[in-house]
Structure formats: C-alpha cells, structure tokens
Design a protein around this ligand. Structure first.
Ligand code: ASP
Ligand code: MG
Length: 450
C-alpha cells in the first residue's frame, strides 16, 4: 500500500484560501493519509513574543488578539462549525492562561506548552476544511505519538518509541479517514509538551513518514522546490527536478530555508523519497529528493547560510599533544552544540556552529557557561556577521578545475575560512555577511550561467 505524509508550512495554512488550496492538493491523491501542519503564518512568532520576559501586559493582550484574529478569520470563512469554534475557544483561552502563568513563573516547559498552541489551532481548522469538502478527516493530537526527551525548546524525538506509538495509535485510523496533525510539537514520557525547534514541522513529517513506513513525504511550502540558488540573489536560478540525499543533506540547511536540515535523516534511514513543492502553484512541480538520481552534475547549487558564528580556539597545549580536540568536542557535545565546519592548524581550531533549528524560543547557542568552560583550556575568540557559501554537487573533490572556477570569482573578496575535501558533495567558504549576496550571484553566474 502506498502512503504519503504531506506537510504544509505556515504560509500554506495562513488563511482559509491557502488551506483550501492545500486541501485540494490532498484530495487529488487518495494515498495522502497523514497531513502535518505548521502554525498559520506569523502565529509562532507571536507566541514566541508572548513567551519573552520583556513583553509587557498590554503587549500581551495585543499579541493574543492578533493570534485570535488570524484563527477566527479562518473559522468565519468555514461558517463557524460549532465543534471547531469550541475547540478554538479552548485553545485561545489556554494561550491566555499559559501566558499569564509564564509572566509569574518563567520556565521552559510552560513556554513549549504555549508555543505548541499555534499548531493546535491550525490542525483543528485544517481538518474542518477537509470535512467541508466532503472528506472524512479529523485532527489528531500528535503528542500521543511524537515521544521526545525533555529538552524543552529543542527536544530530540525518540525514534523507536515514535514508531511503536504510531503503530498503535495512528496507523489504525488511516484506512477510514485522513488524519491532520501538528508538526513541531511532541511530548516527553511524562506527557509534558515539547517542541522540536523552529521550523521543526518538516522534521515531524519526515519522522512520521519513517514511523509509518510511508512511500513519500511531501513538503508543501511557498517555493516550487529547491533552486540552483536563491532566485532573489540570482534571477537566473533554476528549479532542480531531482537531487540526491547526499546533496540535499549539504543543501538542506541553506538556500531559501526550504527544508529543515533534520528532515533528511529519517528519509535517508528508510529511503523515503521527499518532494518539495509550492502549495500555491502545485502545477509547477517541484524537487524530488531521492536515494538515487539519474543525473549527478559536478555543480548542483550554490547555497548560502547567513548569521554564522565562528569560534576560534587557540591553545599551545595543542602543540604535539593529544586529546585537545576530544576535550573541545566533548564540551560542545555537553552543551548540545552541533558543529558545522572545522579547520585546524597545529595550535588553533576554528569551527562554525550549526544554528538551524535553534531553540524554539530563538535563544542563541553560545551560552556564557559554554564559553567559560572552553576558556578553561584554551583562548576563545568569537566572530559574528559571517555567511557560509557552499557549492554543492558531485565529485567536487576529485574534479580538476573546480577550485580555479570558484576562486577566480572570489578574487575581490576576503575569505575567512575554506572547507573542501571532506565531502565529495561540497566546497564551502566563509565570507563576511555583507559580501555574501555578491559572492553567491558571482558564483552562480560562473558555474551555472555560462
Ligand atoms: N510553527 C513552527 C515554526 O514556525 C514550526 C514550523 O513551522 O515548522 O517554527
Ligand atoms: Mg515553518
């Protein structure tokens, strides 16, 4: 049996018209049994502001009103069916009481509970839109299935538990109806609500697809797939029809934030193909991410990731010594920091931090505690305002001439760091944020527009 998990992002469920378009996409394919939704566009940002300490009471009222406005507009367009109206009232009053509770007692568990309410609204409304079109559909509380650890704000899903729970609670429902459920949220073993980090709904969809052994995951967003680069930086950027998991893993964190990077992991484990397309213009097609692809060009895309932090560690202890790197990485691991790029010399290590999917409340990764711990065994310097530009493709490290074509473009620019050779699928350079756009468009011109 074919089973498809389809995920719709915030802009795809922003209002009634958008939801209705998405519902048509779902109805066009009887295999699409599980629908994962983000919160309606803007709602998670409003909720994040509600969780912040500096938000005053008056602003809080405004924020809650804004959220209510977005959600009730959709309800109105649906003709306010009673059970959905009641559900929305419950969620909105829960938002008020949680926000009040937070203003008295700030804690991460309550923050996650509050952040999770956006997806509660959108899933209830979306299921109603499907029903309005005559389809059997219900909203399902994913917290019954998406078991995570208790790392609030950036919880880790427990893959095996998720598979068992999905088998027990979710799979039996699918033959008789479509299930609409929440991305981004889960629950720990005590039943406390957790979140997977910003943009986590893609990851939720991929995890559910893995748990249910689905044939494909569809990520419906506001762009028609993955492009050779961000079209805002290079107007001649083209959509990519098919890309391998390996290339996509290098790409995922980049570009127009098309895909949450972790999305690829469950798909790779189960060889589930991933489709990325535009819910506004489904007829334009999109990008398929597959285990094996027909065409493997040297240059597939130029990707950029902004807002990079470079951590420079210097220690004479490193000279002819052992264990310095081990100690450094153990410290980073204890602070749950995922490292992206690394370069080393005899007495220095430079590394960039993977910021994507950062904490749901948007907190930075470099805490004082971490910096202090690192300072105990080396000198630490932090550089900000950097951007990582990556050339993604195939056989990059074994194709003569790649470096020349890349570096001729970089001539006028200062390159802070270069990573090449570890992966056959990319070559990365770190440049100052202010030069990134120029570097990307020049690289795209040289590698894709000749
Ligand atoms: N609503 C959440 C966010 O904006 C999760 C998601 O959209 O993927 O981060
Ligand atoms: Mg999103």
């Amino acid at each position: 049996m074919s089973l498809i998990v389809a995920k719709f992002g915030g802009t795809s469920v922003a209002d009634y018209a958008a939801m209705s378009r998405c519902a048509d996409i779902i109805l066009a394919n009887p295999d699409t049994r599980v629908v994962v939704v983000s919160a309606s566009s803007g709602v998670t940002n409003l909720l994040v502001e509600l969780t912040q300490e500096q938000t005053c009471d008056e602003r809080r009222m405004q924020l809650i009103k804004k959220i209510a406005h977005i959600q009730y507009q959709i309800l109105d367009a649906l003709g306010s069916p009673q059970e959905v109206a009641a559900r929305l009232d419950t969620v909105l009053s829960r938002i008020s009481s949680l926000s009040e509770e937070l203003s008295r007692n700030r804690n991460k568990a309550t923050m996650d509970e509050l952040l999770a309410q956006g997806e509660q609204c959108s899933s209830a409304l979306f299921a109603a839109v499907l029903r309005e079109k005559g389809e059997a559909a219900s909203a399902f509380d994913i917290r019954q299935v998406m078991r995570t650890d208790s790392h609030f704000g950036r919880a880790e899903p427990q893959i095996e538990q998720v598979a068992l729970l999905a088998d027990e609670y979710l799979a039996p429902l699918l033959s008789s109806q479509r299930i609409v459920t929440q991305g981004f949220i889960g629950a720990d073993e005590n039943g406390c609500t957790t979140t997977l980090g910003r943009g986590g709904s893609d990851y939720s969809a991929a995890l559910l697809a893995e748990a249910l052994k689905a044939t494909a995951v569809e990520i419906w967003t506001d762009v028609a797939g993955i492009y050779t680069t961000d079209p805002r930086l290079a107007p001649k950027a083209r959509p990519i029809a098919e890309i391998s998991f390996n290339e996509a893993a290098e790409m995922a964190t980049f570009g127009a934030k098309v895909l949450h990077p972790a999305t690829i992991l469950p798909a790779v484990r189960q060889k589930i193909q991933v489709f990325v397309g535009s819910s506004r213009e489904p007829e334009r097609g999109g990008t398929w991410i597959r285990h094996q692809v027909e065409d493997e060009p040297v240059y597939r895309a130029v990707a950029v990731r902004r807002d990079q932090t470079l951590l420079n560690l210097h220690s004479l202890q490193m000279l002819h010594a052992q264990g310095f790197l081990a100690e450094t990485f153990a410290t980073l691991a204890r602070h749950k920091i995922s490292v992206d790029l690394i370069t080393t010399s005899e007495v220095n290590v430079s590394l960039t931090l993977d910021k994507t999917g950062s904490d749901s409340a948007g907190n930075g990764l470099l805490s004082e505690a971490l910096l202090q711990e690192l300072s105990q065994h080396c000198r630490v310097r932090v550089e900000d305002d950097l951007a990582l530009v990556a050339i993604v493709g195939n056989k990059i490290a074994s194709t003569p001439g790649v470096c020349r074509r890349v570096f001729e473009v970089l001539e006028p620019h200062n390159v802070r760091m270069i990573c090449q050779g570890a992966s056959p699928h990319n070559l990365c350079v770190l440049v100052s944020e202010s030069e990134a756009a120029q570097v990307v468009s020049a690289l795209h011109k040289n590698l894709f527009e000749q």
